[in-house]
Design a protein. Structure first.
Length: 439
């Protein structure tokens, strides 16, 4: 009995030391949205297949204890399922005793509320729309998984690695005077991937024009599809046969040449390693001369005859009204310099604001909330960067406002309001938004 007590005390001391070490290192607690995590989560239920993709990419797949039916990644396919991601089986989740549940906006309100009532943290993670948002998404997911410093650094490095790989793939694309046009369709009614999504921006990396890039509604996207006559159509599973049998699309170049390729819509929208996998498929399909040494299927090949037909029928003049904005650090720097020049030509008076106490190491980012965030939003509003009412929640609008402020003020634009950003933001040296009267 005495031996057992000694062993028990030793175990408790080890656990206590581990907890103190974690706290003293500053890794935890981690606060995100309205939740504070005191320790590293050992059991994660992942309803969002995109977040599961990120966790796997960052090396945290072993922490996932259960998944939704939508999480079909091979690495976690053997794990128990709790049902569909929008309406999972509540009791199955409860029985897993998860430390956190990762979901997306599709989750039903009643399920979300019932999980909260049972004190199970549910984090709804919004998909990234840009590469800067992708970095922040990775950092926030990894902060929960591995702490404020270790996790954030891991997320940052992995996101940058994926973005760098995407850039490397783009540099493989042959230079050509022929403008290629493409799109991704979720259905035949015009629901397409636009450049408001990261999936839609993938076409920028293929040096092709996404003909459905900027349309605001499905009707406009459908018109663009027909009028702009794409060379390639990528679509969700099951859409190809519908396109080929619908008379509205019979004369499209991609339909006539049978250049329609199906990619699972879930895979197309995931933001882990699937991003580079999908991009590789897009590039190899449109540029068969770059065929990878392995992993290419017959469906992604193009005959030389089809290629010749495309080259002859698709000319720069036909697409002269379309533009393709390629993602590059150089263009971002040029945009920042241009914004700074415009601002410098306007005489404005800015007064300092001491409402926020700024200390070393202070930083706010997407999904965080509180009085400090409200003060940041108020200051951004005064300087003309934020049009919406302050809410105290650091959402996409606040992130975009911070990005614009950073760009206009010569700071590294990452969307995070850190100590350097905040000191300048609240000082009299802050440069207001173009056209803002700060008197």
């Amino acid at each position: 009995m005495k031996k057992c007590l000694v062993l028990l005390m030793a175990v408790l001391m080890i656990l206590s030391c581990a907890a103190c070490s974690s706290a003293s290192s500053g890794e935890y607690p981690v606060t995100l949205a309205s939740y504070t995590f005191e320790k590293k989560p050992e059991s994660i239920v992942c309803l969002s297949d995109s977040i599961a993709d990120i966790l796997i990419a960052c090396g945290y797949g072993s922490r996932i204890s259960a998944r939704s039916d939508d999480c079909t990644q091979a690495e976690i396919s053997a794990l128990p399922s709790v049902g569909a991601k929008d309406q999972p089986h509540l009791q199955k989740i409860v029985e897993m005793h998860p430390d956190v549940v990762f979901a997306d906006k599709s989750i039903k309100d009643e399920i979300y509320s019932q999980l909260e009532e049972k004190n199970i943290p549910v984090l709804i993670m919004m998909p990234a729309k840009t590469t800067s948002e992708l970095t922040m998404l990775y950092e926030n997911v990894c902060r929960i998984a591995d702490g404020n410093y270790t996790g954030k650094e891991n997320g940052n490095e992995k996101a940058k690695s994926i973005i760098m790989t995407m850039g490397d793939l783009q540099r493989l694309v042959p230079k050509s005077n022929v403008v290629k046009k493409a799109c991704y369709l979720y259905d035949i009614d015009g629901n397409a991937a636009t450049e408001r999504t990261l999936a839609g921006k993938l076409f920028d990396y293929t040096n092709t024009v996404n003909i459905c890039a900027t349309e605001d509604n499905d009707g406009q996207k459908l018109n663009s599809l027909i009028l702009n006559d794409p060379d390639y159509i990528f679509c969700a599973i099951g859409v190809k046969s519908k396109l080929k049998s619908d008379s509205r699309f019979a004369n499209l170049r991609a339909v006539r040449a049978d250049r329609i390729y199906e990619i699972d819509a879930q895979l197309f929208q995931r933001q882990g390693n699937s991003l580079t996998e999908v991009l590789s498929f897009l590039i190899e399909t449109m540029y068969p001369e770059l065929k990878a040494p392995h992993g290419q299927t017959e469906s992604s090949k193009e005959t030389s005859e089809e290629s010749s037909t495309r080259e002859e029928s698709s000319t720069p003049e036909e697409s002269s009204t379309l533009t393709s904005e390629e993602p590059s650090d150089e263009s971002s720097e040029e945009a920042s310099e241009e914004a700074s020049r415009e601002v410098s030509g306007i005489s404005m008076v800015v007064t300092a604001d001491d409402s926020l106490t700024i200390t070393d190491g202070l930083e706010y980012g997407i999904t965080e909330s509180g009085d400090d965030v409200t003060k940041i939003q108020n200051r951004l509003s005064v300087l003309g960067y934020l049009d919406s009412e302050p809410t105290g929640y650091y959402g996409p609008a606040t992130q975009e406002a911070v990005l614009q402020f950073e760009a206009a003020n010569g700071l590294d634009p990452d969307g995070y309001a850190d100590t350097v950003d905040l000191r300048l933001l609240f000082s009299a040296d802050a440069v207001p938004a173009v056209g803002r009267d700060s008197n």
